[in-house]
Design a binder for this molecule. Sequence first.
Ligand code: SMG
Ligand code: MG
Length: 374
Amino acid sequence: MKLLSLRLHHIEMPLVSPFTTSFSTQTAKRTFLVEAQLETASGEVVTGWGENVALDSPVYSPEHLEGAAYVIEHWLAPMLFAAEDVTAETVGHILHKIIGNQMAKAAVEMAVLDAQLRAEGRSFASYLGAVRDTVPSGVSVGIQESVEATVGVIGGYIDQGYARIKLKIQPGADVAHVAAVRREFGDDLPFQVDANAAYTLVDAAHLRRLDEYGLLLIEQPLGEADIRQHAELAKLMHTPICLDESVVSAEAAADAIMLGAAAVINIKPGRVGGYLEARRIHDIARAHGIAVWCGGMLETGVGRAANAALAALPGFTLPGDISGSDRFYTEDITTEPIRMHDGVVDVPTGPGFGVEVDPDRLARFRTRLVDIPA
Ligand code: SMG
Ligand code: MG
């Protein structure tokens, strides 16, 4: 295929409630969608949509929203326009001289992938080799002001039917909150925590206090670069260590597994450079008997739909952060919101990612439109 044009639709969507992690409080989602136009070998012009996951500021990853948009416009787009054959399978190779910038690369690869699959009339789930029609839906709960508030908010999500609860933690809002949740909802609740790199290995004795609460896992307790220290921590506590921020590529996943730093891996396509690399990490982990699950970056319906298909691969044995659109948004930009029902989300079956961007809502949420012509 030949890449004809790229457009970046910058959008801002209010969140239904503030979302606090160990690194920030978000009240709105600012991101951009990538709209790619490609011409197929038979001369058909197809459009595909991708979604950026880089946050406003570089607090989760080195990348950030404006940086990712800049890199796409000034570095990735020219290389792709110059290439003879652009497909989802060639994007990574065409861009391989650009170091890092996984989120920028992922957003573009995603748009090409959607366009390619739409041209073939094929669903993303079928392309990947998905083995399930639905995926269990977990919800990520932000840090609350008090233990009581944590219990109250989690109770609401349990009543809605979510299959698994993940609670954000940080020093000062950890053991007491976890203990209260277990006391209130019992030992059978599938329950895990995410520290977003808020601790250091010096905190091992403190973190070990979480062991008595039967958590599914603790996600990214230490820094992004601390793979070896995660391996040390794993020797000191029983709760399985899951890596998120540290796994930026298939190579990083392989290192983490071999070092004993990851009993579980959170796979986020944006963080690792795209859905193809995400599948490679799934394959590596599965071959090593390491469980994986699909993470979330507060995606709109576009990203969530693609994540649901990814999570339908056989190695995704734990519920992902694939909550319904209404967990973060009163209105999504896709014509049909992502719905959680009976603890699951349906895997889309339509061509491409199987969702349509609603032009009116896109226009309403849009703050800027950047055309990148060939
Ligand atoms: O998309 O449901 C979601 C949020 C999942 O907690 C979530 N993501 O570290 O896993 C993580 C965070 C990263 C984004 S926090 C702004
Ligand atoms: Mg995380």
